[in-house]
Design a protein around this ligand. Structure first.
Ligand SMILES: NC(=O)c1ccc[n+]([C@@H]2O[C@H](COP(=O)([O-])OP(=O)(O)OC[C@H]3O[C@@H](n4cnc5c(N)ncnc54)[C@H](O)[C@@H]3O)[C@@H](O)[C@H]2O)c1
Ligand SMILES: O=C(O)C[C@H](O)C(=O)O
Length: 323
């Protein structure tokens, strides 16, 4: 149990509410505080989650803050406030609107929960992490974005499906896939770093099949938006976020691909991207830059370029200069 740990969740729509529920179900925190413009809805959800915690024999208490300024002394704050994309949209189309929301929310977190670790989830994710870092001025260990766990889980899903269709073998959740880079169309799935029950992926699938999985993984979010029509995925995003919460609050020091500010990894600076990081009580405790071959290196560079383009748009709009 995460005794005396307080987690804030700003934005209690599909993802935020599912994160809150996951935390309550596992009793990861003593207190979860939900914060959304839709206050009455948040109050109803808070009661429902607190009661579900009791049903799960957990003591997590879920409450509501009417504004981010009422999120006092949280140890960790998850930010899912902002719009999701709709069919036909790219995550980048959310840039200006969600960046403004992130900036305002994070300003309050900095004031009222000055020791918190922040997990941005809103899209476009890498730039939201960048905005949160610039707005707080905190070190990179305390602002870490969720995306790589989700993208890797999607890749694992498509791999498991393809192996089952081809060989009729089920592997009981033993696919270990790895996706790095930004959480956008230029994400970098790494089949060469992917194993199935400890065996190389290429023992099961040929490169045509693997390349198909890579493109399905990149399109994984859009595929779900196409079905849902009114928003985007939330079960896998929320599970991925709660794994990060758990590793931090319980100081588990698990290594997951997450979005962090690069400070020299692969010779990049002042840009956020997904790489494996160790998550513990101090937030990001280690950042790893796995050795890439020339092609992986090229794809990672392309992904960095696309994140930088969005940061440039914000700079052109004087986003970081205005209040
Ligand atoms: N990083 C990822 O992998 C990932 C995965 C899924 C979703 N997302 C992103 O997460 C965000 C949320 O997705 P969702 O499906 O939960 O959307 P949603 O519309 O269901 O929920 C968003 C919530 O944010 C609230 N909100 C907006 N502005 C706010 C503010 N200033 N303060 C407090 N609350 C505010 C809204 O009232 C709404 O309840 C989207 O930007 C989506 O693209 C990212
Ligand atoms: O696809 C989206 O817009 C939401 C999220 O980034 C996802 O990958 O599910």
């Amino acid at each position: 149990m995460g005794k005396s740990k307080r987690v804030g969740i700003v934005g209690v729509g599909n993802v935020g509410s599912t994160v809150g529920y996951s935390i309550a179900m596992r009793g990861l925190a003593h207190e979860v505080i939900l914060c959304d413009h839709k206050v009455e809805r948040a109050k109803g959800m808070a009661l429902d989650m607190s009661q579900s915690a009791q049903a799960a024999r957990m003591s997590t208490s879920v409450k509501v803050a009417e504004t981010p300024a009422q999120l006092i002394d949280c140890d960790l704050v998850v930010v899912t406030a902002g719009s999701p994309r709709l069919p036909g949209m790219n995550r980048n189309d959310l840039l200006i609107k969600n960046a403004q929301i992130m900036k305002e929310v994070v300003r309050d977190i900095k004031t009222y929960s000055p020791n918190a670790i922040i997990i941005p989830v809103s899209n476009p994710l890498d730039v939201m992490v960048y905005v949160a870092l610039k707005e707080t001025g905190w070190e990179r260990s305390r602002v870490v974005g969720m995306s790589g766990i989700l993208d890797s889980a999607r890749m694992a899903h498509y791999i498991q499906e393809a192996i089952f269709n081809k060989h009729k073998i089920e592997f009981g959740g033993q696919v270990r896939a790895q996706v790095i880079g930004g959480h956008g169309d230029t994400m970098v799935p790494l089949p060469r770093f992917t194993t199935v029950a400890g065996l190389p992926l290429t023992d099961f699938l040929d490169w045509n099949e693997i390349n198909e999985i890579v493109s399905k993984t990149k399109n994984g979010g859009a595929e779900i938006v196409g079905y849902l029509q009114t928003g985007s995925a939330y079960y896998a995003p929320a599970k991925a976020t709660s794994l990060m919460v758990e590793s931090i609050l319980q100081d588990k020091k698990l290594v997951y691909p997450c979005a962090v500010m690069l400070e020299g990894e692969y010779a990049y600076e002042d840009v956020v991207s997904g790489v494996p990081v160790m998550l513990g009580a101090r937030g990001v405790e280690q950042v790893f830059a796995p050795s890439l071959d020339a092609e992986q290196d090229r794809l990672f560079a392309e992904s960095i370029r696309s994140v930088r383009e969005l940061i440039d748009v914000l700079n052109l709009n004087k986003f970081f200069e205005t209040k």
